[in-house]
Design a protein around this ligand. Structure first.
Ligand SMILES: [Zn+2]
Length: 557
């Protein structure tokens, strides 16, 4: 069974959070290792690239993309179209050749948007809760629902002889609305819980036994508060028009905000606080909440379009110009919902601006290979734009030398960049090239700090890896007192990440963004000038992968 939206959306949110945390911690751990090579290892032409990439350009482009009139660059929204046209106009001004549909810069993609109608509701007793603030309901793609039943509290839904725990002891969940917590309980390690896929197993158990709905409340230990989850999960969903949803038998998954959670327990004789305490012991006994609940989920789907934006600089070498270096960054953010605008300044107006600054630097130079610049849409909903290009490439996929991708969370503007992760560096010859280039900037390259989160498999570059193209996603971070950076990142994550608060901040150290763009630009240049296209490391995971691959890769996620 696949819970793509309900589980994967949450997982993705958590992944990025873990990435942020792990990244900063890792920077600290390795702060004292390997002295970088001196700056003088850049060639004259590479220094020229660095000179041409300026803070002023990156700042101007980020500001334009994150501006209120771009309305968060939403997929299938006018703001998204405005941003795409704006990027296309920049490409044209720089003299890039169009690489979209029919001689244009735009590659048009059909999407489907699914939203809740005003009829969606969750009622406890006589009280109606508000969708989007009190609760969120998933998945959106498996048909309208109308469900009602008695509520029971089943803690974590654990049924495990090995720890002598049965959260369902003595109750029949068939037809019931099961109020529960997302595991693990405090006395079970997260690692073991995740490894054994315990959440999935126990939820499947509840569904098999006929639970009418699963209602999740918070226990206070989660990385993202229930209110954050409600805000995140109640947004519109974007998918491919022909993408099938979940099987209709998958019941509603409901996330309840902090305030509303108390209301579920109001008639049970047990306070929320006491219920949460009971849930932490293996002796937990499930109990009725003595209230009926009712859900109505009504969805509306609309088809529409958004575009990738693609342009290229033709290579100067008669032979090598057939081959191209592919630069990518997603320009979409969460767009506009009601009166909220998700500006997505750090994620990923900044990354897009950095890529555009590289394009601008190259535009008056003569690289040997061609240089493709691809700003993709639909990333936030599942890498849709990059997957589309990889499936319907506007350049011979067998002649794409490498992909360099930027997808930011803003760590590069905390302070001057002194640490970098190249996601995917361990898989191809690009790793050594990155170490060399970043060394010239006094930057230490560190491995993926949280390999278990498999970030490498979760951003746009992976769409190209699947087609056999060696790829790197670059992320920069500062050195210095890690506690200061941690505090800043945690605060940002709570208030701004994937929220309307992701705007340009007055204390951004823009030179960090310049450094990331310079490293990307010089790395791309070296790929362009090297006689052979980069190769996968033969002994590695992708060693046998060929450019143009259409076979499924071994399952990793
Ligand atoms: Zn992003």
């Amino acid at each position: 069974m696949n819970y793509k939206y309900s589980r994967a959306a949450a997982k993705r949110y958590k992944t990025m959070t873990a990435l942020l945390l792990g990244f900063l911690l890792f920077g600290q751990t390795f702060a004292q290792t390997a002295a970088p090579a001196p700056l003088s290892s850049l060639s004259a032409v590479e220094k020229e690239i660095a000179d041409k990439i300026t803070v002023a350009i990156i700042k101007e482009y980020t500001t334009a993309l994150a501006a209120p009139e771009m309305e968060g660059r939403g997929t299938m929204q006018p703001g998204g179209d405005r941003a795409a046209n704006w990027i296309a106009a920049r490409f044209q001004k720089m003299g890039l050749k169009p690489l979209g549909d029919k001689g244009s810069y735009l590659q048009k993609i059909e999407f489907k948007e699914t939203v809740h109608t005003a009829e969606t509701m969750f009622q406890i007793g006589d009280e109606k809760l508000r969708h989007g603030t009190d609760f969120a309901l998933l998945p959106m793609n498996n048909g309208n629902k109308d469900v009602s039943g008695e509520m029971v509290f089943a803690a974590y839904g654990i049924v495990a002889d090995s720890i002598k725990r049965n959260d369902l002891k003595g109750i029949d969940v068939n037809g019931k609305i099961v109020v529960m917590l997302e595991g693990p309980p405090e006395n079970i390690s997260k690692e073991i819980w995740t490894k054994q896929e315990a959440s999935m197993i126990f939820m499947q158990g509840l569904i098999r036994q006929g639970a009418a709905a699963l209602v999740f409340i918070g226990h206070g230990r989660e990385d993202n508060s229930p209110d954050e989850m409600v805000s995140y999960m109640s947004r519109r969903q974007i998918s491919m028009p022909d993408e099938s949803g979940y099987p209709a038998f998958v019941p509603p998954f409901v996330y309840i905000g902090e305030k509303a959670a108390e209301k579920l327990f109001a008639k049970s004789g047990v306070s929320l606080k006491d219920a949460l305490a009971q849930a932490e012991t293996n002796e937990f006994k499930p109990f009725k909440l003595n209230q009926k609940a009712k859900f109505i989920a009504k969805y509306k789907s609309t088809k529409g379009f958004s575009s990738n934006v693609a342009g290229f600089i033709e290579g100067s070498d008669p032979k090598l110009k057939e081959e191209a270096v592919l630069f990518s960054a997603h320009y979409d953010a969460y767009g506009k919902e009601g009166d909220k605008i998700y500006h997505g300044a750090a994620d990923n107006a900044l990354g897009t601006a950095e890529m555009l600054a590289v394009a601008e630097a190259y535009s008056k130079m003569k690289p040997k290979r061609s240089m493709i610049f691809l700003a993709v849409t639909g990333e936030e909903y599942g890498l849709y734009g990059s997957k589309y290009w990889a499936k319907k490439p506007t350049w011979d996929i067998k002649k794409v030398a490498a992909n360099l991708n930027l997808d930011g969370v803003g760590t590069e503007v905390y302070a001057p960049v002194k640490t970098m992760v190249g996601y995917g560096a361990e898989h191809s010859g690009l790793g050594a090239m990155l170490a060399d280039v970043s060394g010239a900037f006094g930057i230490k390259v560190v491995p993926d700090p949280v390999p278990d989160e498999k970030v490498f498999y979760r951003s746009d570059h992976y769409s190209f890896v699947e087609r056999g193209i060696p790829a790197l996603m670059l992320k920069g971070a500062p050195e210095g007192d890690i506690q200061v950076a941690m505090k800043r990142m945690k605060k940002w994550q709570k208030t701004d990440y994937h929220q309307p608060g992701d705007t340009i901040k007055s204390d951004w150290a823009w030179e960090g963004a310049k450094t990331v763009a310079e490293v990307m630009g010089i790395l791309g240049w070296r790929i362009s000038e090297t006689e052979k296209m980069p190769e996968w490391l033969p002994s590695g995971r992708f060693g046998k992968l060929e450019r143009g691959n259409t076979k499924d890769l071994p399952k990793e996620q």
